[in-house]
Design a protein around this ligand. Structure first.
Ligand SMILES: Cc1cc2nc3c(=O)[nH]c(=O)nc-3n(C[C@H](O)[C@H](O)[C@H](O)COP(=O)(O)O)c2cc1C
Length: 337
């Protein structure tokens, strides 16, 4: 009782000390939302936000965007990410699985099914690799990768700028849409197509929306930027010369609006969106999912990586707070029309 009184006194003291520092002014107002506290209640402990991907139920609309594999730290990072997916029932994309064929000793980095349980897991390959395998009659390797990783399906990443900026990068010889259609014809596992940090414009999105894809993952502009990242790995003069190209692309908000616009006038064959690229926290995610007229979940890469590199516990604490924020946002905020 005495300590309760003391903590109330401390709190009142803190309020006086911090009141001036906490004044925001009006410039920081987030104008995307209407805040209506009159009818709302707090989310209940343990409340979920069910979603689905590839016929698998998710407890929250969260996708761990494709990242790593084939480096010294990858096994631990992937294990932490996969454990999170298994424990909280999320979906996950693996990082590029090309290494499994080139250097099979790295296969264990990608074998995360044991931590994921039945959750949605997608293998990942770059368009350039797929094109090469199509041209050399080795497309069956894709099926082998799906088997070896026990994945539900495949993500194809489209990264022409990254390939170009990368010193050892590949070149696309045919329009990517042709390779994507060929994979859809040859295999019956679910397919996701994504960018890696520049997003995609309306003509690309329209073409993809017309395909029977499980999802389009944005990999939008505004977060990790692989064109810039590859330039950072190269000689400084390359950075100076090509940097303007790293700044082209489309933000996640722009992409949601282009999909909405298209969907309002046409039928769409793609089933879902994974809104990702520059989504740093739950509030952006909530906003983007709410304005989307397609079934949508959100994906994050670097935000999860930051904690997955440290420990499972830090990743878990970050994730739990993100979900608390997401559910609170859902309870008290609506989108300003
Ligand atoms: C360390 C790292 C490795 C990545 N590797 C891949 C990859 O192998 N395949 C892929 O499709 N995307 C890859 N990405 C891109 C992410 O999936 C995502 O599209 C991009 O980082 C934008 O999301 P973010 O802003 O939340 O980081 C990688 C991202 C990071 C941070």
């Amino acid at each position: 009782m005495e300590s309760e009184q003391k903590s109330a006194v401390d709190r009142k003291q803190d309020h006086i000390l911090l009141a001036f520092d906490s004044a925001t002014g009006i410039q920081t107002l987030d104008t995307r939302f209407e805040y209506d506290p009159v009818h709302a209640v707090h989310p209940k402990e343990g409340e979920l936000w069910p979603a689905q991907m590839a016929g698998v139920s998710l407890n929250y609309p969260v996708w761990i965007s494709s990242m790593t594999g084939g480096t010294a730290r990858a096994a631990t990072i992937n294990q932490n990410l996969a454990r999170l997916c298994g424990e909280y029932k999320l979906g996950m994309g693996l990082g590029s699985c090309r290494k499994i064929i080139d250097q099979p000793e790295f296969l264990p980095d990608f074998q995360v099914r044991k931590w994921l349980g039945d959750q949605a897991l997608f293998a990942n390959l770059g368009l350039a690799q797929i094109e090469q395998w199509i041209l050399s009659g080795k497309v069956h390797l894709i099926g082998e990768i799906i088997k070896m990783t026990e994945a539900n399906g495949l993500i194809i990443h489209l990264n022409p700028l990254q390939e170009f900026m990368q010193a050892e990068g590949d070149r696309f010889q045919n329009p990517p849409i042709d390779s994507i259609k060929k994979i859809l014809d040859d295999f019956d596992f679910p397919l996701i197509v994504k960018e890696v940090g520049q997003g995609m414009g309306p003509k690309s999105m329209e073409a993809l929306l017309n395909l029977p894809l499980e999802a389009i993952e944005f990999g939008a502009y505004g977060g990790t930027n692989f064109a810039l990242l590859e330039l950072m790995r190269d000689h400084p003069e390359k950075m100076e010369r090509f940097k303007p190209l790293a700044n082209v692309g489309h933000t996640a908000e722009e992409m949601v609006k282009m999909v909405n616009d298209y969907k309002s006038k046409h039928s769409v064959h793609c089933k879902n969106l994974i809104i990702s690229g520059g989504v740093q926290h739950f509030l952006d995610a909530y906003y983007l999912m709410e304005i989307s007229k397609m079934p949508s979940i959100f994906g994050m890469a670097s935000a999860f990586l930051k904690y997955a590199m440290v420990s499972y516990e830090s990743l878990q604490s970050f994730f739990e707070d993100q979900m608390k924020g997401l559910l609170l946002s859902k309870a008290i905020l609506t989108i300003k029309s």
